[in-house]
Design a protein around this ligand. Structure first.
Ligand code: WQD
Length: 341
């Protein structure tokens, strides 16, 4: 079966392409390379023994998108990652986020309907829950008003897929990621943030490698055991495996509804200081960090009730925090060695 992976040269996309190809799927990637590099294709080939098909264009362009779907009408399903995803940037540039993240999805769905392609797996986020009143968060937990245009695009895209399924053959699985971190065990693919990282894990590894002077811990007076914020960190490979299961569920028409939603987390919450402690243990590096004021827009604590994905998808995250921080550090060192060459 041929699977379209949009954003397939990105962080989660590239790990998902590896898992798909390792299971014998044919993959075609569409990516505009605005936040990733073409050499990821070589590294995917090194890991899985196959170089995916690749086309470079922006899915916001309707003509290119429709022409693509017409040419590749033999696609069995779409896994849609391609989107801008920096919370802070989305506050600065809301129109860029609304155009990029929403227009691309609309074009994809139109292209699918016109070529009788039914199934889409959508990359959503726990951001849609905001700061939940009760924890852990289940899929039934109310979606709250988004704290950023980025989060709002995820909510709107979920609604667009749902509404489209009522008036067409479209079937969808919405995957709400918690906090993906870590890298493939080969250290050939991983997170490649452009510029200063927004997210915790790449900032930790860059601070440890000397690329950044130190880590700022945003907030240390929260109502949590050690005062720092809590998140449900999940290994990117565990997350990638869930996408293969989801696309198979759709293609085999095993879904219970035309639209299904699953939380993808581990069910465990870890504080910033606990992540730092794990990193220091696995890397052997003493991290320089400074306790700072809270970051506007941050939620205090969130972790997933993973029972629906466990029971319905037969999927459960297997890798613990130490494996996540260890693989992130190995990836950072591989990057540093490559630059040193
Ligand atoms: C985690 C914790 C920070 C950096 C966001 C998006 C989410 C997803 C992942 C795209 C928080 C603290 C961070 C730093 C720190 N994005 N932190 N110092 O904000 O939970 O989620 O990124 O898919 O949709 O909302 O992740 O890694 O930015 O922050 O103390 O230099 O680490 O304050 O408590 P977040 P994060």
């Amino acid at each position: 079966m041929k699977i379209l992976v949009t954003g397939g040269t990105g962080y989660i996309g590239s790990h998902t392409v590896v898992e798909l190809q390792s299971k014998g799927y044919e993959v075609i990637i569409v990516d505009d390379l605005s936040n990733s590099s073409i050499e990821v294709l070589d590294n995917i080939a090194k890991i899985s023994g196959k170089r995916p098909l690749f086309e470079k264009f922006n899915l916001v362009d309707p003509d290119k998108t429709y022409a693509f779907f017409k040419l590749h009408s033999d696609i069995s399903a779409v896994i849609h990652f391609a989107a801008h995803k920096a919370v802070g940037e989305s506050v600065e540039l809301p129109l860029m986020y609304y155009r990029n993240n929403i227009a691309s999805l609309v074009n994809i769905l139109q292209g699918m309907i016109s070529n009788n392609i039914r199934d889409i797996v959508f990359s959503s986020s726990c951001t849609v829950y905001g700061q939940p009143d009760t924890l852990p968060v289940s899929e039934e937990t109310a979606v709250q008003k988004a704290a950023s245009p980025y989060g709002n695009t995820k909510q709107i895209c979920e609604e667009i897929i749902t509404d489209t399924s009522f008036s067409s053959n479209i079937r969808g699985i919405l995957l709400r990621y918690f906090n993906p971190i870590g890298a493939h065990e080969t250290a050939l693919i991983g997170e490649l943030p452009l510029g200063v990282p927004n997210c915790l894990m790449p900032y930790i590894t860059q601070a440890a490698s000397g690329k950044r002077p130190f880590l700022r811990v945003w907030g240390h007076d929260y109502d949590t055991p050690d005062g720092t914020a809590i998140r449900d960190y999940i290994h990117v490979v565990d997350l990638a495996k869930a996408h293969v299961i989801a696309v198979e569920r759709l293609c085999n028409a095993n879904g219970k509804d035309k639209i299904e939603t699953f939380n993808l987390g581990t069910g465990n919450g870890y504080s910033v200081l606990e992540v730092i402690k794990s990193f220091e243990k696995t890397s052997g590096v003493k991290l320089k960090y400074e306790l700072n004021d809270r970051r506007p827009g941050d939620v205090v604590k969130i972790w997933a009730d993973t029972s629906l994905a466990n029971n319905e998808l037969g999927w459960k995250a297997e890798k613990g925090l130490d494996e996540m921080t260890d693989s992130a550090w190995k990836w950072e060192m591989a990057l540093a060695n490559k630059i040193a060459k």
